[in-house]
Design a binder for this molecule. Structure first.
Ligand SMILES: Cc1cc2nc3c(=O)[nH]c(=O)nc-3n(C[C@H](O)[C@H](O)[C@H](O)COP(=O)(O)O)c2cc1C
Length: 356
């Protein structure tokens, strides 16, 4: 990595002020429905994610005191700072839900203005708010007035190719009282396809006084440095690249310093936390999804995933997982050792040859 990129990564490892909240660094875990639950957030924090965000929480369900939703929103143990993300379209309901979330322990409230799902946008929430900047600003104002903690928004570039309005929209959210904007560099119609447009995120950054966070397609140190360079953003948010790799935050901040032992401990702790949080029946379904992600790219991963799908008991999943990852990491360590030994002996041979 050139010196410029080293400086960029060093910058990511500096404290980040978001209104009255402070994140120890500038790498955040993106909100992901069905994924960024309490156990996953705890692991991302273990591996140095500065700020973590919950799955999106329905403001309406919070106001109705839906038990499952309140459990989903509840921050865990000592996880701070944590942002609770709300979705909805009614300023009054959003404000009431935000008050509830503040009393539950949220350090920040994030408002979802980017979810592309048909069910959500049909109701006027998520990315549909980008077509209603006046309403979106009302929501931010109402939530701001209802809570004492900072309010942030997460947006896309716009609704579709013919309506990129992120710059003007973000300005309006700033005027309404948002203290940070996260921009996912795609439109609603792109969903998750194509490449995130980091240049357009730069236009938002240049137009605002409040901090801007870039999101989309950051997957490693190289892309993190490139994204910071292109966007000039104040921080980065990582989503999909953390699936089966919650250690990505530490890898980016410190280089590749996560050992196979730490990875195995992480995977087994993850299963333990899932079982504790959901119980063995619901937990089994969720845990299967995660162990399959963890096994991507490892030797014999495909066979392991087939075996996982057939399991019906949590205890068997734990046994099989421990057995598989201990062997898989041993083998990949042995494999990389043998490659480096081959490299070394090859270079020893070539230096002998050049010396002779
Ligand atoms: C399975 C899944 C669930 C998601 N759920 C949410 C969500 O609840 N709220 C939200 O704002 N974005 C959600 N997103 C979008 C991510 O936060 C992020 O903006 C997107 O994945 C792009 O970042 P990435 O390239 O780092 O993954 C979700 C994405 C995925 C893949």
């Amino acid at each position: 990595m050139d010196e410029n990129n080293v400086d960029k990564i060093k910058f990511l490892d500096t404290p980040f002020q978001i209104g009255e909240a402070e994140s120890p660094n500038r790498l955040m875990l993106a909100p992901m429905a069905g994924i960024t639950d309490a156990p996953f957030r705890a692991l991302a924090r273990r591996f140095r994610a500065g700020l973590v965000v919950t799955e999106m929480i329905s403001a309406q369900a919070v106001v109705y005191k839906n038990r499952k939703t309140l459990k989903m929103a509840q921050p865990w143990r000592d996880e701070h700072p944590v942002a609770i993300q709300l979705f909805g379209h009614d300023p009054g309901i959003m404000a009431r839900a935000a008050m509830e979330m503040e009393s539950l322990g949220a350090d920040l409230i994030d408002i979802n203005m980017g979810c592309p799902q048909r069910k959500i946008v049909k109701a006027g929430s998520g990315a549909a708010l980008m077509k209603e900047p006046g309403l979106a600003a009302n929501i931010v104002e109402s939530v701001r007035q209802a809570v004492t903690i900072p309010v942030t928004v997460k947006i896309r570039l716009g609704w579709d190719d013919s309506s990129h309005n992120c710059v003007e929209f973000a300005r309006q959210m700033e005027r309404a009282g948002a203290c940070l904007v996260v921009v996912h560099g795609r439109t609603r119609s792109q969903m998750f396809s194509g490449r995130a447009d980091w240049k357009e995120i730069r236009s938002v950054k240049e137009a605002l006084k409040i901090p801007v966070v870039a999101n989309g397609d950051v997957t490693d140190i190289r892309s993190a440095a490139a994204c910071l360079k292109t966007t000039g953003a104040d921080a980065l948010m990582i989503g999909r690249a953390s699936l089966g790799r919650p250690w990505i935050f530490q890898e980016i901040l410190e280089g590749d310093t996560v050992t196979p032992e730490e990875k195995i401990r992480c995977i087994l702790d993850h299963l333990g936390m899932i079982e504790e949080h959901y119980g063995p029946v619901t937990g089994l379904i969720l845990a299967k999804k995660h162990v399959c992600w963890y096994s991507q790219g490892l030797p014999h991963g495909a066979k392991f995933r087939q075996q996982v799908h057939r399991l019906t008991e949590f205890s068997r999943l734990k046994e099989l997982t421990a057995h598989f990852f201990e062997r898989a990491y041993d083998q990949s360590v042995l494999h990389s050792l043998s490659i480096s030994m081959l490299d070394n002996s090859a270079s020893a041979v070539s230096s002998c040859l050049s010396a002779s």
